[in-house]
Design a protein around this ligand. Structure first.
Ligand SMILES: *Cc1c(COP(=O)(O)O)cnc(C)c1O
Length: 393
């Protein structure tokens, strides 16, 4: 199929849930993508924070080849190596806990919601099932995760939604204290509200959140679907906030580019979950987990070697220069490898112009230009991206 045919058939046969940029990509290598006309683009979208190691990663490719030559799927009726290995990596590098594997971020949050409610039910009985979440948050497109999502517009026309969710403004201690009734079993929050506009939780707010959760035996769920696995420069976003959650949902980069999600629950929550409580046919797919093991080890190495800190520090410095130089950019937010430039205007034009110049970036919220480079991007790629950004902005 040629470029025109691919676009035409996609628009004709796929359900119109996505507004796509009119480009067909043919291959990727590292931080770069090549389109069907041979044009190269520096990919600072990374499949929406999925490709933390760029494209065509050798380790991931080998892991996928090796596992798929053995088998691609056998279900969770039996044991196999790659889930055990990936779960061990997650637990040993974080806190005493257990892992449940699923396939996506929304699914991970559905699991987190179920496990939190089950914990409360088995400890306190019926009626203690309310989950607090933050205005502007994004937790996914399924019914539970969409009910938790703090963006009303995304629910328009799809009701009724499951009950038991209440939204409060982020970084507001007073609102938090007021909302904490004896009905509340959990609070779900992103360390940085990513889709909502790259809005970090304040450290003192996070500390208060943890304190209040401890005091009331309310579970703290961190949605690390976008911020987890190195995106913030730390292994997880909560590390930078100086707190430890009870439940962590993860997905986007977890499978090294293959679909994979996970819910991690602390040992004390895990005690209340038993066989039959939850499940997923594809959850913890052997090939996805094998890719995930390779990706996890590589990300760990980038963090432990100090490379993540060094490269993201350089990126931050270059972005600060852009903010200083442009009268249209009013603020910079984020950490590590997730950044938002607040743009005085519609970011869609900026994104389009950057694309014409060979740089892929994306938006967040309504006026934020979001940058999500791979963790193994180089200084020269950062220079290239920032010179394009500077020119466009
Ligand atoms: C992307 C995202 C989700 C949803 O993940 P899907 O894999 O698209 O279901 C949930 N939470 C956060 C924070 C996300 O960024």
């Amino acid at each position: 199929m040629n470029t025109k045919e691919i676009i035409k058939k996609t628009d004709k046969y796929l359900l119109g849930t996505y507004k796509r940029f009119p480009v067909v990509f043919e291959k990727g290598r590292g931080s770069w993508l090549t389109d069907s006309d041979g044009n190269k683009y520096l990919d600072y979208v990374g499949g929406i924070a999925v490709n933390s190691l760029g494209h065509g990663n050798t380790g991931i490719k080998k892991a996928v080849q090796t596992q798929s030559a053995k088998f691609s799927h056998i279900s969770n009726l039996y044991y196999y190596e790659s889930t055990a290995e990936l779960a061990e990596l997650v637990v040993k590098n974080t806190f005493p806990s257990r892992v449940f594997f699923c396939n996506s971020g929304a699914e991970a949050n559905e699991g987190a919601i179920k496990f939190a409610r089950k914990y409360s039910y088995s400890k306190f009985g019926k009626g203690r099932n309310l989950i607090l979440s933050l205005n502007g948050s994004f937790h996914g497109r399924l019914y539970g995760s969409l009910a938790a999502t703090g963006q009303k517009a995304l629910r328009e026309g799809f009701g009724p939604f499951p009950g038991g969710f209440k939204h409060i403004p982020p970084n507001d201690e007073a609102a938090l204290e007021k909302a904490l009734s004896e009905k509340v079993c959990a609070i779900i929050a992103e360390p940085i509200l990513a889709e909502g506009g790259v809005i970090p939780l304040r450290k003192d707010y996070a500390k208060k959140l943890r304190e209040l959760c401890n005091k009331n035996d309310v579970l703290l769920i961190m949605d690390e679907v976008q911020t987890g696995l190195g995106r913030t420069g730390d292994l997880f976003g909560y590390v930078g906030l100086g707190i430890k959650p009870d439940i962590v949902s993860m997905a986007k980069p977890l499978g090294g580019g293959l679909p994979l999600g996970a819910v991690q629950v602390s040992s004390s929550v895990a005690k209340h979950i038993s066989a039959g409580d939850h499940g997923s046919t594809f959850g913890g797919n052997p090939v996805s987990c094998a890719a995930g093991v390779s990706a996890f080890n590589q990300v760990l190495e980038i963090i432990k070697s100090g490379r993540a800190e060094e490269v993201s520090g350089y990126l931050e410095k270059k972005l600060v220069e852009i903010v200083d130089a442009s009268s249209k950019v009013t603020d910079l937010s984020g950490r590590g490898f997730i950044w938002g430039l607040k743009y005085n205007g519609d970011p869609a034009g900026v994104i389009k112009k950057c694309m014409d110049e060979g740089l892929l970036i994306y938006k967040a919220g309504k006026d934020i230009v979001r940058i999500l480079p791979p963790l193994n991007t180089t200084r020269s790629e950062i220079n290239k991206a920032c010179s394009i950004l500077k020119k466009v902005l």
